[in-house]
Write a protein that binds this ligand. Sequence first.
Ligand SMILES: Cc1ncc(COP(=O)(O)O)c(C=O)c1O
Length: 365
Amino acid sequence: MNPKPNIVDLPVYKPGKPIDEVKKELGLNEVIKLASNENPYGTSPKAKAAIIADLDNLYLYPDGSAAELTEALTAHLGVGKDQIIFGCGSDEIIALIARAFFVPGDETIMADQTFSVYKSNADIEGAVTIEVPLVEGTHDLDGMLGAITDRTKVIWVCNPNNPTGTIVSGEALTTFLDAVPSQVMVVLDEAYYEYVTDLSYSNGIDLLGQYPNLVVLRTFSKIYGLAALRIGYGVASPQIIRLINQVREPFNTSRLAQAGALAALADQEYVEECRRLNSAGILQLQDDFKRLGLNAFPAHGNFIMVDVRKPAYDVFEALLRQGIIVRAGHKLYPTYIRVTVGSAEQNKAFIAALELVLREQGVRA
Ligand SMILES: Cc1ncc(COP(=O)(O)O)c(C=O)c1O
């Protein structure tokens, strides 16, 4: 067999450890997963009801054009119906952009520590990734501009950035977009958009009219609590959306995903409540980190990256034995763990476990 040479050494994506696996491996009854930035409050009850109501229709194919959801979401966002594309998670939109735009030898620019799916899809298509170092955990937009060549096809800006949780301001973003040549696509990944409360943050959708080379990614997996159903979307000019649509499989989002997303979108009260609780959770964790003498990056999504001043894998393993799953393994931050902001109770349990683990490992406050 002869696979594409550029995929032979690709790592397989390692997701956060599943709760049931950890329970079984370690013989634990209670496990708290704070590893994949899921919504700790679950799915809106209205979305659950809509999903259950659609169960009688499982024998029918979904609407490949997601017409009803398109109607509702484009009205909510204030964009045209030809400006949106849905995917099996925003992961799929990333893959479709790579499939539609990259030819081997193209260059693509991203931060040196950001969402790994950008690079893996660039690798699959034979594009060359140019990594620009984060500065204090934040995108260096000037550095990214400096990395543009005549081979640059796509620049990825993750805002808030996964895993550091930092944002670039609206002002910095528009200065950057003004300077990016019009033939270079900028993908602004706003998977955590709904969580951000910082006033300097911009809504990428508002910039689309001004920048025809901009694509904004959003998802129903995070604040909308529908990660299991796999539905996310991209918003851009009709020309870009048409091109991405041309490489999309016909039935890439399921009936249940569309029904759940439609009802979740209508329940903005639930979204607001989750945002409020998340902001309170960030403050709770930041206070505790301060008390423990640990530095964390400013958090704007539903996760915090904190320096535990010990090899992150050791702390990850020790927390796992306490029934808490977090994320380690960030190549440039070997002493940092990324923890999802949980409910107040979950955060309390995490901090208690962390204190214990750090005491055992000789880290002093
Ligand atoms: C920055 C970012 N973008 C995209 C995604 C993909 O989300 P989904 O495919 O569930 O929509 C994630 C998931 O963790 C993410 O953190």
